[in-house]
Design a protein around this ligand. Structure first.
Ligand code: TPP
Ligand code: MG
Length: 614
């Protein structure tokens, strides 16, 4: 190490540092930062903006249209890269910064790495209050960016240029650690971005980051092996951790060797190909009848890389066997212990591999495997029935059928909210690992299109299909223009049921009156009649409005040949969702009400609560 220094502004040092962080993908050394999404304002244009210009060849900067959208794209890039690479997003201060807070929460919930670099008020406070500064009467250290604290895995405010040295060291730890992984926010004071410091040259030495694969503790491993050996009805729940650990192949080998049926969470879907005989499909509230039947009877649940959120566990009413034991195979202690699971703290791939070796010839009983086989066959019949076209106004399931017939399991499907996540979880026949990209941790309306852009940046040769509802489209669609501008083609399918269909259905299921969800049930002087195709066309997309499932299928085939982003719109029935499969979900119903429908729903609710295991 030399003691040489180089005089740079804090922003220049930050940009230069980012260009020197590398990783290895398929044997090739590549930059770990895929680029920076940026919307400038006075809080970042002169400092970090100018610094990004200097490194634009090594670290590309992409201009987006909405800070939340650009952060979604950055997060989707990381998810599609199995967290091996990630991006940064920089905003001005005030509204630009707080626009990224929802995205930060999304990354926090989904355990996805993203480096958020919002501008911050002056550290020297000379011009206070600067434009867009939030003023606290009682605390001089508070700024709008403090709202990032609870939704960042690591938050720091850079008030002196040399602070960036330890801050970036910590940031890289968090972004690359499989257990801690999540959003990092470095709040960059505007004056400090422009301030110079003599940085040690060693700070800018190239560094190669490769994923850590923690080995399990010997005792935890032995306990897990002993538990599995005595199980008669074991199942595996594959969560997002299977994909991030790139453990799909090891999972397949484990399942086959030991005859253990696998069920997938929304984050873990595509861990096994849909047609693998041991893949029982989706589990939980939006589960297949096959998975849920097995989960109800299971005496051992090996949960691999799952947060075990309520949709997976049927609000903890899914597992019904008295003697059921759960093993939490997870890199994160917090997750591994959930609901008194036996922890097996380890990387998914390493953990499954070691379990496999220790279990030797042990395998689940033939009877259990036969139960699984029959349950899957039965489920496939139900799934086909709901995805086949009819002459009625199409359901979401029928649109899913059409998209799959037109584009197949080779495409990468992106979605996040509305009725579609449940329908896709049940019905989309996923192909290779990562081909199913569902943000169902935060289930953020408005993630879909921006997320699709991030996926396309990560996997430019993939056929990226975004499916979303009219509500999500209205919430955020501006990155359609960015995808056209960047030449990153997306196929976007908008299912227009003229309102918040899934919440309307939930409202009815909880005894509520149809109120404020479907547009027709809102207060209005004029019923909106939104022309989504015309709207998307105005942003440069190739568009079609399909009048039927058959028209949608031919439009999808046509759109396949178009080079720019295409948007296909189809009217759907807001009242239909797939009844087959599924499980109770804990949504609290009012204990007293003047409406008999609510009282009836409350009675059912109290009955259902009895099935919940605490
Ligand atoms: C940002 C955000 N706001 C609110 C919600 C709650 N929410 C979940 S789905 C939904 C309606 C979605 O409507 P649409 O996209 O049209 O899909 P549909 O339910 O009609 O299938 C709402 C309001 C959410 N998930 N995200
Ligand atoms: Mg809708």
């Amino acid at each position: 190490m030399t003691n040489k220094t180089i005089r740079l502004t804090m922003a220049q040092a930050l940009a230069r540092f980012m260009t020197r962080q590398m990783t290895i993908i398929d044997g090739n050394k590549v930059p770990i930062f895929g680029g920076v999404f940026a919307i400038f304002g006075h809080g970042n244009v002169a400092g970090f903006g100018e610094a990004l210009y200097q490194v634009r060849e090594e670290l590309p900067t992409y201009r987006a249209h909405n800070e939340q959208g650009m952060a979604h794209a950055a997060i989707a890039f990381a998810k599609a890269s199995f967290r091996r690479r990630f991006m940064a997003a920089t905003s001005s201060i005030g509204p630009g910064a707080t626009n990224m807070v929802t995205a930060a929460a999304l990354a926090h919930v989904n355990r996805l790495p993203v480096l958020l670099l919002p501008g911050e008020v002056f550290a020297n406070r000379a011009p206070d209050p600067v434009l867009q500064q939030v003023e606290s009467f009682g605390d001089g250290t508070v700024s709008a960016n403090d709202v990032f604290r609870p939704v960042s895995r690591y938050f720091d405010r850079i008030t002196r240029p040399e602070q960036i040295i330890p801050a970036l060291n910590r940031a890289m730890q968090v972004l690359t650690d499989p257990a801690e992984c999540g959003p990092v926010t470095l709040s960059l004071c505007q004056d400090v971005q422009a301030e110079a410091y003599d940085y040690p040259e060693a700070f800018f030495a190239e560094r190669v980051w490769t994923p850590r694969r923690p080995m399990p503790d010997v005792n935890e491993l032995e306990a897990a092996v002993a538990a599995i050996r005595t199980a008669e009805k074991p199942v595996i729940i594959a969560g997002g951790g299977v994909l991030y650990s790139e453990a799909a192949e090891v999972l397949r080998a484990f399942a086959e060797r030991h005859g253990v049926p696998v069920m997938e969470t929304n984050a873990g879907k595509s861990s096994l190909p849909h047609d693998h005989p041991l893949n029982m499909g989706s589990v939980g509230v939006t589960g297949s009848s096959a998975s849920n039947l097995l989960a109800e009877q299971a005496d051992l649940v090996l949960a691999v890389g799952s947060r075990l959120q309520d949709f997976t566990t049927g609000s903890w009413a899914l597992f019904k066997a008295d003697n059921v034991r759960i093993i939490g195979l997870n890199t994160q202690v917090f997750d591994a212990y959930k609901h008194r699971a036996m922890p097996l703290i380890a990387d998914a791939k390493v953990g499954l591999d070691l379990l496999d070796g220790k279990l030797g010839p042990w395998h689940a009983s033939d009877a259990w495997q036969a139960t699984a086989k029959a349950a899957k066959a039965k489920w496939l019949v139900s799934a086909k029935a709901v995805t086949d076209p009819t002459n009625a106004l199409p359901s979401d399931a029928q649109v899913i059928g059409a998209v799959h017939r037109a584009r197949g399991s080779g495409a990468t499907l992106v979605c996040a909210s509305g009725g579609l996540p449940g329908e896709l979880h049940k019905l989309w026949p996923a192909g290779a690992p990562g081909s199913y990209h569902m943000e169902y941790g935060y289930s953020t309306m408005g993630y879909e299109i921006a997320g699709g852009l991030g996926v396309k940046l990560a996997k430019p040769h993939d056929d990226v299909i975004v499916m979303l509802g009219d509500g999500s489209y209205m919430m955020m669609n501006s990155e359609i223009a960015t995808s056209v501008m960047l030449g990153k083609k997306l196929t976007i399918v908008v299912l227009d049921n003229r309102g918040f269909g899934c919440i309307n259905r939930l409202q009815m299921a909880t005894g509520g009156a149809n109120f404020n969800n479907l547009l027709k049930d809102t207060f209005h002087e004029t019923l909106p009649d939104i022309d989504f195709a015309a709207h998307a066309a105005s942003m440069g997309a190739w568009v079609r409005k399909a009048a039927s499932i058959a028209e949608l299928e031919s439009a999808l085939a046509e759109a396949d040949k178009v080079e720019r982003t295409t948007v296909l719109v189809i009217d759907t029935d807001p009242l239909i969702s797939t009844e087959a499969g599924g499980h109770w979900w804990d949504v609290a119903v009012p204990e007293v009400s003047v409406r008999p429908q609510v009282n009836a729903a409350r009675k059912d609710y109290e009955e259902a609560l009895k099935g919940q295991r605490l």
